[in-house]
Design a protein around this ligand. Structure first.
Ligand code: C2E
Ligand code: MG
Ligand code: MG
Ligand code: MG
Length: 288
């Protein structure tokens, strides 16, 4: 009887696997096609605001895939496939080029771009990034590269070298999703970074969960002690915002200020924030 159940399970399991494999390979085919035609990908931008004054100081580039039949597909659904198939290398370079070109509309803001660990393992990665940014005409000092601990995890000399080259070329490095990996503190000692981004799982429970509150305070203190900029991700409520201000966080990002928006919508937000809006534009408005 147990054996029968086991077999039933096995059958269900393998048909679920078949499904997964099918879905994955169709995503792969479509990703490939989209990359060939260049159609369907879009970069959305989310505001990052200074804790003090709430002016917009930066934008994070977040990839979107507008599928003709399925609508907007979020990165969590296709980035893993792009990574497994190596397509992330071309896709990542496309994002870099696109975001750098767009960034020149707002020379007083910095633009953050997410990089996958797979990209770092590709040949001459730092040199290619530098070449793409140079070709787009953007200033590397206005570009922030977001890496996760996954990038640093199996970082042999190659990744460390690439990071060092990029930093020397003027890029800022931000450690994304901080606190969710394995040994963040070791990485902070080993790699030079400019910013840490507190993962939204901690921000979410601020003021409700004592541990989350203590962790956020400790991360801010650590960042200050190491002279790093500290950004909080996933700020959704005024209460969270107030708490983060009080804790000494430098920058805030989250739905409280804006979600990721298409270029033209972010341009509107930057040009003319509605009077009721939380956010204000920093510097002169030179957007058109
Ligand atoms: P991430 O870099 O940590 O980006 C923040 C994610 O949190 C984004 O999700 C953003 O839309 C979402 N978010 C921002 N504020 C809030 C908030 O207040 N509440 C909630 N619930 N969510 C918020 P998104 O755009 O779906 O991206 C997910 C992840 O996909 C990113 O996490 C990043 O790791 C990856 N990703 C996005 N674009 C790229 C890309 O161009 N290249 C690579 N390699 N990865 C990317
Ligand atoms: Mg990010
Ligand atoms: Mg993050
Ligand atoms: Mg994340």
């Amino acid at each position: 009887r147990a054996k029968e159940d086991g077999r039933g399970c096995h059958r269900i399991f393998s048909s679920a696997m078949d499904e997964t494999v099918k879905v994955r390979s169709s995503i792969e085919d479509e990703l490939r096609a989209a990359l060939t035609t260049g159609e369907g990908f879009e970069v959305a931008y989310q505001a990052q605001v200074a804790a003090a004054g709430k002016s917009i100081v930066g934008l994070e580039a977040l990839l979107r895939w507008r599928h003709p039949a399925l609508g907007t597909i979020l990165p969590e659904q296709f980035i893993p496939v792009a990574e497994q198939t190596g397509l992330i290398i071309r896709l990542g370079e496309w994002v870099l080029h696109e975001a750098c070109s767009v960034s020149q509309r707002w020379p007083d803001l910095f633009i953050s771009i997410n990089l996958s660990p797979i990209q770092f393992r590709s040949e001459n990665f730092a040199e290619r990034v530098i070449a793409i940014v140079r070709a787009s005409g953007a200033d590397p000092r206005k570009i922030e590269l977001e890496v996760t601990e996954g990038v640093l995890l199996d970082a042999g000399g190659e990744t460390a070298n690439a990071l060092r080259k990029l930093r020397r070329a003027g890029f800022r490095i931000a450690l994304d999703d901080f606190g969710t990996g394995y040994s963040s503190l070791g990485y902070l000692q080993k790699f030079e970074v400019d910013k840490i981004k507190i993962d939204r799982s901690f921000v979410k429970n601020l003021g409700q969960d004592e541990n989350a509150t203590a962790i956020v305070e400790a991360i801010v203190a650590l960042g200050q002690a190491l002279n790093l900029t500290v950004t909080a991700e996933g700020v959704e409520t005024r209460e969270q915002g107030r708490f983060l201000d009080k804790a000494g966080c430098d920058e805030l990002q989250g739905y409280l200020f804006s979600k990721a928006l298409p270029t033209e919508q972010i341009a509107l937000l930057l040009a003319a924030p509605p009077p009721t809006s939380q956010v204000q534009r920093s510097g002169p408005s030179s957007l058109h």
